[in-house]
Design a binder for this molecule. Structure first.
Ligand code: EPU
Length: 303
């Protein structure tokens, strides 16, 4: 979506928000799929309430994009203006075992920065791509670790009431790849509490997780991680594999040869290709196992 009203553009600029017209969004996602739209880059959290108010008044539909590592965007001109938080510098601050992190910060980089301060616990999350905000929203997890365990406070813009609020960790429900945040909540910053651990020990844990991940996941390919959530007590990857679907493709959207729950963009896949592959695999799993797989990746539906 394009913002063309010069008054609105000027008002956005006056808030210190950067207006970037016609951005190719594929470059902002790990699947490298997605059309174009204007992007509004937010440098100061405090400008969010006024910005959203402006957009609402002007009737401009908008959506918030985090690190882009767990999302499938539509093709073509998107029907929303895209909001993104600019990376703050520095984005991590320490106070004892508390770590204050900006939600635009990279998750993996945060894990290693904390390790250097002898704060561990998050080793399992090391290879999970994306931002802290995205990790919070999905309660990112791997190798027995989930980020929610360490969350003590989250500063969040609650679009529903138009205010920035601080939620205590205990008020938030963190479940398997699901949280109680409202769909239009925008995570701004978080306080994590991490256990003290010697750097060398954390590093050893990080190495083990990296090796496990390298051995089982297609890390050098364009993907959004696992496409489906695991059904209760089951494994989406194993079921898709058992159906002989590794390598199965629609256009350039392909089931990874390495891990069957990773769908990769093997060239120039469109969102339509990826959605068709998702629908096809879901149907085959339903037919064979009677299980309805639920997407783990967040699909932005434009109609
Ligand atoms: N398996 C197969 N074939 C495959 C893939 C897996 O037979 O192609 C089997 C494995 O051998 C294993 C079982 O399925 O017995 C489970 O596989 P794996 O250990 O790879 O874990 P997963 O359940 O597929 C989950 C998360 C990953 C996370 C890993 C490691 C989900 C949907 N996936 O994968 O998270 O990295 O555990 O903890 O919960 C993500 O969220 O995007 C993601 C990749």
């Amino acid at each position: 979506m394009k913002i063309s009203d010069p008054k609105l553009i000027a008002a956005i600029g006056a808030l210190g928000v950067e207006h970037k017209p016609g951005v190719p969004l594929a470059a902002k996602t790990s699947l490298e799929i997605g059309g174009t739209s204007d992007v509004l880059l937010i440098h100061k959290h405090e400008s969010l309430p006024d910005l959203i108010h402006l957009l609402k008044q002007a009737g401009v539909p908008h959506r918030f994009l985090g690190g882009g590592s767990n999302v499938l965007l539509p093709d073509g001109e998107l029907p929303w203006v895209i909001l993104q938080l600019a990376r703050q510098d520095p984005d991590v601050r320490f106070e004892g075992n508390s770590v204050f992190v900006d939600c635009a910060a990279d998750l993996g980089r945060t894990v290693t920065t904390c390790a250097k301060h002898n704060l561990g616990g998050m080793e399992g999350l090391i290879g999970v791509p994306g931002s802290i905000g995205g990790a919070l929203r999905m309660n990112a997890g791997a190798y027995g670790t989930q980020i929610g365990t360490f969350v003590r406070e989250v500063r969040v813009y609650r679009a529903g009431i138009g205010r920035i609020e601080t939620l205590r960790g205990a008020e938030i429900n963190f479940e398997y790849r699901h949280t109680s945040f409202a769909p239009d909540d925008i995570m701004l910053s978080v306080r994590l509490e991490l256990p003290s651990k010697p750097y060398s020990e954390i590093l050893q844990g990080i190495r083990i997780c990296n090796e496990k991940r390298r051995a089982s996941q297609p890390l050098n390919q364009k993907s959004a991680g696992c496409i489906f959530k695991n059904p209760p007590g089951g494994s989406a990857g194993r079921m898709i594999d058992e159906l002989g679907l590794k390598g199965h493709s629609v256009g350039d959207a392909r089931v990874s040869d390495r891990h069957a729950n990773f769908f990769i963009n093997a060239g120039h896949a469109s969102a339509a290709d990826m959605l068709a592959l998702i629908a096809d695999v879901r149907e085959r799993v339903r037919d064979r196992y009677g299980v309805e797989l639920e997407e783990e990746v967040i699909v932005w539906k434009d109609r």
